[in-house]
Every structure is written in C-alpha cells, then in structure tokens.
Design a protein around this ligand. Structure first.
Ligand code: ATP
Length: 325
C-alpha cells in the first residue's frame, strides 16, 4: 500500500554493541504507531535510522516501495520532531516553521502563507511573530510540529515528544497529537517509554526489548494478550504467575476473590492499597509469589478485607495467557 514503511532485517552496531538486532516491521500508511520499551532497548536508534540521522549497519528501510536506507534525511519523505524541539532562538515562530522552505528557495510570500497554514493547524496562528523564548513548553512543541509538517512528510517521527511537558499538559498534548494525526492522515511513529502514553495514542504498539521487537500489534491485543513475561510486566496491570502448567500472564482486574473450595490459588493478603476507583490487594501465594488483584471500590467495600487474612483467587481460564518466554 502507498506510503507503507518497511524495516527489513535492520541492524545497528556501535562497535561491539548491537543497538538494534535484525528487526523486521511493517508500519501501515496512515496509522499511529508507538515504539515502546525501556531505556537502552534501541527505540531511538530505530527512529533515527528511519529518519536518516543514523546509518544502518545492515538491512534496509523501504518507504512507499523505495529503498531510502542511503538517502539523506531531507530526501526520504520523513520528518523528525525532536525531544528538545530544537527551535532557532533568534528566528520568529513563523520563520522557524518556514525555515526548510527557505532552504529550498521558496519565495518569502509563499513561505509566509504556508507557515501560517501550518500554524493554523496547530492552533498557533496568533503567535507567529513571537520568538521561541516567549512561548510556553506546549506552544514550543506546537511550533516544532508545524515545522516538521511543513515539509509534507509521508511519515512523521516523534522522539519522546511529550517528555518535556508537565503531566497536565502532557495529557492535553497527547490528545492533540492524536487529533493531528487523524486530520493529516500522515503515518506517525512515536517513541516512548510510557505504557500509558502508548495505550492512549497508538493504533499499533511495537514493544522493544534488548535490541529486538518482542511483540507488535493493536494496543488492545498487546494489553489483553501479552506473549512474553517482559511485555506483560512492561505494559502493566498484569501478574506473571508460575503455575504447574507453565507461566501465565493474568490481568489483575481479571482475578476474583473466592472461598477456599473454588480457589485456583490460595494465599494471604500482604497489602491493601486504596486507589480511588479501585482497591489493589496484594497476596502471597504458593511458591512465594506475589499476586495483585484489582477490585472496584464497590466490590472491596462490599466485603472489606484485612491484611493477613487468608483468601482464595479464581479466574476464567480464557483470561490466563500462556507465555512463551
Ligand atoms: N552513538 C552511540 N554510540 C555507541 N552506543 C550507542 C550510541 N547510541 C546508542 N548507543 C547504545 O545503543 C543502545 C540503544 O540505544 P537507544 O538510544 O536506541 O535506546 P533507547 O531505547 O532509545 O533508550 P532511551 O529511552 O534511554 O533513549 C544502548 O545500549 C546505547 O548505549
């Protein structure tokens, strides 16, 4: 399909370090993808190789049927938005946005018109004459977005775009990023180490660990059916439990409290944590394993429990996902 981006056996080595190890992935045109993983797993390196800011050691990057692996960044059909926004401090907002057009020799009137269109798109048209230092963090981010979008990329690459913002603004800007992606229809590839950010934004989540892709799929599939213990733990809200039949991932809200006869596991409560809408109850079960059960506040306060109490745990067999690693 047009504008699809394919990574074919892409590897990056820095001397002895393998930062990205022969990864394959197909990013669908027009989708919002999040590369999710812990620090050092290779997600920024992957993004930088797609952008052309880093060379590939092996493999190829194919955009829209073209091998772009050896093209300079400006010739690829991608644009990158950096974590620090990297705005020119001495240029006005409008001149920052239209900078790449100036480099291409586009005349001043046309540049200004295009810059204002882009600023309109990110809701910043009124501040075109300000300098970056006169903007808030969220406003600087919008300018950086407008500056990336003016190049009309097929793929927009975002490296931890929300990490410089305070928590309140982060949640607001993430809704705006999603809206912008839907409005423009451009493929977004967004690097994050925040599972909540990935779940909130992504059509597809690509989970990386130790230089490889552990699992990729729609956000709900990753959350509902993690395939490895790493994915289950990283995505959160799951227990990884060793049972006689093997290791399983079990959502903490998929476990019910039950009496001893009906229990699949029994144990003793070690901690109770009130979380507002829910109460998280931790129990120590056979084999010194800790299991967390998330109850709605209604369920918990309907039959309150105390630390030290014996409890039985049960779940629907379909909720337990056998793990491959
Ligand atoms: N220029 C470099 N030279 C040598 N090693 C590098 C270089 N850049 C990255 N690495 C190594 O490659 C691995 C992957 O780094 P990368 O920045 O892609 O991880 P990341 O998942 O984006 O982490 P973070 O979230 O901390 O940015 C790490 O082990 C890192 O130390």
């Amino acid at each position: 399909m047009k504008s699809d981006l394919k990574l074919v056996n892409v590897t990056k080595r820095y001397g002895e370090t393998v930062a990205v190890k022969s990864i394959n992935h197909h990013f669908r045109s027009g989708s919002y993808a999040c590369l999710l993983g812990p620090s050092g797993c290779g997600k920024s390196t992957t993004l930088r190789m797609i952008a052309g800011h880093e060379s590939v050691s092996d493999g190829s990057i194919v955009l829209d049927g073209r091998d772009v692996s050896y093209l300079p960044p400006a010739k690829r059909g991608t644009a990158m938005m950096f974590q620090s926004y990297a705005l020119f401090p001495h240029l006005s907002v409008a001149d920052n946005v239209s900078f790449s057009l100036k480099m291409k020799g586009v005349d001043a009137t046309k540049r200004r018109t295009r810059a204002m269109e882009m600023l309109e798109l990110v809701d910043m048209a009124k501040l075109g004459d300000r300098l970056p230092a006169q903007l808030s963090g969220g406003q600087q981010q919008r300018v950086a977005l407008a500056r990336a979008l003016i190049t009309e990329p097929q793929v927009l690459l975002l490296d931890e775009p929300l990490s410089a913002l305070d928590p309140f603004l982060r949640i607001r800007m993430r809704a705006e990023l999603k809206k912008l992606q839907r409005e423009t229809g451009i493929t977004f590839i967004h690097v994050t180490h925040g599972q909540d950010e990935a779940l909130a934004l992504a059509d597809e989540i690509v989970v990386m660990n130790n230089a490889v892709i552990e699992q990729a799929g729609p956000a709900r599939e990753i959350f509902d059916a993690p395939r490895t213990a790493f994915v289950a733990k990283f995505i959160g809200a799951h227990n990884v439990i060793a049972l006689p039949e093997g290791k399983v991932a079990l959502r903490s809200d998929a476990i019910q409290l039950t009496d001893a006869q009906a229990a699949q596991l029994s144990g003793r409560i070690t901690a109770i944590e009130y979380q507002g809408t829910h109460v998280a109850l931790t129990a120590m079960v056979a084999g010194e394993q800790e299991v967390t059960v998330l109850l709605t506040d209604k369920e918990f306060f309907g039959a309150p429990k105390e630390t030290g109490e014996a409890i039985g745990l049960a779940w629907d067999a379909r909720s337990a996902h056998t793990l491959s690693a």
